[in-house]
Ligand binder design. Structure first.
Ligand SMILES: Cc1cc2nc3c(=O)[nH]c(=O)nc-3n(C[C@H](O)[C@H](O)[C@H](O)COP(=O)(O)OP(=O)(O)OC[C@H]3O[C@@H](n4cnc5c(N)ncnc54)[C@H](O)[C@@H]3O)c2cc1C
Length: 470
């Protein structure tokens, strides 16, 4: 029987383990996880005394990416799927200290003068964005910064107040440093298909499938017990297989060669050291950590991705704290020029039916993005105070939060730089050439979203199974 090591017990490593075991292959799997829990960034806060189930880390999955639903169905959790409430449809953007509705149109791209108005966009800023429709169809021949592409098409004001907080916000990134091809390649397809982003936005707004979307499953999904229940179900399935050993608190320090196999040098949290051998491996940790770990074996080419630290601050209020004008809010985005500690909020209890009882409003604020992360140095109590003050000032909250929780994510968000996909392809090719039965996968490589990570974990497992011919 062949042995496969999986390094990293986040969603990527777990998906790889399930795939390795779901095949008919004759393999045993050892999963090494440095911390004392599985799930990595997936962390669900459950507070039974308040009746809240709220995510500290990822909040939901993009439903249109098939890997998400496929995993949920394979785990027998299809009946637990929860969609966003259609009534929580209003996203706001802060300008000059007040909440303005996000422009109408796909990704806030306006398609006529009624889509946005001052103060969010000045008349000149809106006119500049709309003029994109008359620009020649010139697309970059190679990868460029997302910001450069959007600025050239929709203008600086739209980018600063809509594009940056929305599209770079997902990565806690800087729009002028993120790779267009690795983050939003679909924008190029839209321009190719419709001639401009403005025309694409208009066509999407008018399309029947878009209008019906609100009545069926929403764009984002989760499950009733929170995303941690997916991790728990994955762990149960692994345990039931009887062919996997899960080593928590076990950090792989280095990998060396042992004949045709690999030797994993592991250190536990209590300082104990041991070595294990395996015929193949899925390495599901951040690229720079994989590189350091593999160095004794071979030099993995540098993917050179900045990993941004962030924090989330959960603020639980009595429902009476907010007036009826925010009843449809799903959250708000904070553009950089506003100079606030929080970069965005999600109104978890408005968006999701399972988060809290009706008597509570649960808001999650994000702190820290590339080039604007001083607030992360604040101690937890001060961070809560800053976040609650800013939320209070913007929303006119009449009461203070009754419960709060700060969760910090150190170097958590990969910010794919220009040329990222080329560097990933070079690293993968070098690994295939030097260590054919090893594969890398996870958020640092080909997509940060949970469905992307699941898919990468599964592909990596397929690659390893084929290579070891189990
Ligand atoms: C605040 C926040 C909000 C997010 N929101 C969303 C969202 O709403 N939707 C979405 O789809 N995505 C979201 N994401 C992104 C998504 O959560 C991550 O990209 C994804 O969870 C990464 O999974 P992973 O398995 O690749 O890595 P990780 O979750 O980082 O797991 C890697 C694991 O490897 C372990 N490890 C590291 N080194 C070693 C070693 N040497 N030996 C053994 N173990 C090791 C770590 O302890 C960790 O558990 C969010 C991320 C953050 C931080």
């Amino acid at each position: 029987m062949k042995r496969v090591a999986v390094v990293g017990g986040g969603i990527t490593g777990l998906a790889a383990c399930l795939r390795l075991l779901s095949s008919d292959a004759n393999v045993r799997v050892v999963l090494y996880e440095a911390s004392d829990r599985l799930g990595g960034r997936v962390q669900t806060i459950r507070e039974p005394h308040l009746g809240i189930t709220v995510e500290a880390g990822p909040d939901s999955m993009l439903a249109r990416k098939p890997a998400a639903m496929r995993l949920i169905e394979a785990l027998g959790m299809a009946d637990d799927v929860v969609s966003t409430r259609p009534e929580a449809s209003e996203t706001y953007i802060v300008r000059d200290g007040s909440l303005c509705p996000m422009p109408k149109g796909y990704l806030g791209i306006p398609f006529d003068p009624s889509c946005a108005r001052p103060p969010l966009l000045s008349e000149a800023g809106l006119a500049r964005a709309l003029a994109e429709e008359r620009l020649p169809l010139e697309l970059p021949a190679d990868d460029v910064a997302l910001g450069a592409f959007l600025r050239s098409r929709l203008g600086d004001e739209w980018v600063s107040y809509v594009g940056e907080p929305l599209m770079a916000g997902i990565y806690a990134g800087d729009i002028d440093r993120l790779s267009l091809l690795a983050t939003w390649p679909s924008l190029l397809d839209l321009v190719r298909q419709h001639g401009s982003l403005v025309a694409a936005s208009r066509a999407i707004a008018a399309s029947p499938s878009r209008r019906q979307a609100g009545s069926s499953r929403s764009a984002f999904i989760t499950v009733r017990g929170g995303l941690a229940s997916i991790v728990e179900r994955m762990a149960d399935r692994l345990a039931q297989s009887g062919r996997v050993e899960i080593r928590l608190g076990a950090r792989v320090q280095a990998v060396t060669r042992r004949g045709p196999a690999y030797r994993f040098h592991v250190e536990t949290r209590s300082g104990e050291r041991f070595d294990d051998d395996a015929d193949g491996a899925v390495i599901a940790i951040a690229p720079q950590d994989a590189r350091a770990m593999l160095r004794p074996l071979f030099e993995l080419p540098d993917v050179d991705t900045h990993h941004q630290s962030t924090a989330t601050v959960v603020l639980v209020y009595a429902r009476t704290a907010f007036g009826p004008d925010l009843a449809r809010a799903s959250g708000f985005l904070v553009p950089r020029p506003e100079g606030m500690a929080i970069t965005a909020t999600t109104w978890m209890s408005s968006k999701w039916p399972h988060v809290s009882p009706e008597s509570l409003t649960v808001i999650r604020a994000y702190v820290g993005r590339r080039g604007q992360d001083e607030a992360l140095a604040l101690p937890d109590d001060e961070l809560v105070r800053r976040a609650a003050n800013e939320v209070g000032r913007l929303t006119g909250a009449r009461e203070h939060p009754i419960w709060t929780r700060v969760t910090r994510f150190s170097e958590a968000m990969p910010n794919y730089g220009v040329g990222h996909l080329g560097r990933v392809a070079r690293a993968e090719a070098a690994l295939r050439a030097s260590c054919p039965s090893m594969a890398v996968a996870g958020a640092g490589y080909r997509g940060v979203g949970l469905p992307d990570c699941v898919e990468q974990g599964e592909r990596a497992a397929d690659h390893v199974l084929a290579a070891i011919d189990a």
